[in-house]
Ligand binder design. Sequence first.
Ligand SMILES: [Ca+2]
Ligand SMILES: [Ca+2]
Ligand SMILES: [Ca+2]
Length: 288
Amino acid sequence: MRTWFPVRTVAWGVGPAIQVAAALLCILGRVVAAEDCSDPGAALEVGTGSARPGQRVEVPVTGRVACPITGFSLAVGHDMARLRFIEGRPSAFLAEYAKGGPLFFMAGEMNAKGYGKILALFDMSFPLTVPPTALPERTDLAVLVYEVLPDAAPGTTVLLNRHRQFEDFSNIFSAPAGAPPIEPTLVDGTVEVLPSSVAGDFLRGDSNGDRQIDITDVISVLGFLFQGASAPWCSDAADANDDGEIDISDAVRILVWLFLRDGELPAPFAAGPGQDPTIDGLGDCPVR
Ligand SMILES: [Ca+2]
Ligand SMILES: [Ca+2]
Ligand SMILES: [Ca+2]
């Protein structure tokens, strides 16, 4: 990769730099020869994520456009009473794409009328060593990382992407050959702020809560699923394969461990009781 415009992220004060970069995108669009193109199905979407207060959450930005593009610009608003912007970074797709030349990417937070505003901009063709490309399939373009503030109220908070023009910044795909920018359908994102709670430690697979993994845990799961027995003391413990659901595969997973010793169960397991490292819809374990 050439060095004068490497992949980079700027945390603050990027407004002027982005304006300059936007101008560069515009100039580049007039240099690259290509035919005009329109795509009513183009879309630029901010995704979803969930986290508890004090945790970080990563939200994808995806794009789809049938026309060749040279980049995109994006302004996303967030509720500063609940979220703090940490960083924005290019997706694995962009990083891979940019192997043929420099990738210019930046993101930063600005305060906009009570909302935080993320500015993201990439130009994957500068300085014309990488050709413009279409995104015929929905493609990950970037990741926005936020911290859920420690005192954030539970519930859904919107990542605002629906406005074509967010103050002085446009949410568009840039097109080559002096063609007008492509205006995609814009879709807001959301962050689900989960309740802040102190969860109890558990051992993965310990469905009956006796701090041991044995056949009675298998019976506990099967009894709950098929015989109307009471629910496991801790859903995360019964979710032996940590896929966020309790079903027959969890009983099988425990059996395979017990009798074949084929692969440890997901954490917390080998290192002893602990917290669930993966967020899911299962309730926290009671403290005891
Ligand atoms: Ca047990
Ligand atoms: Ca499971
Ligand atoms: Ca989990």
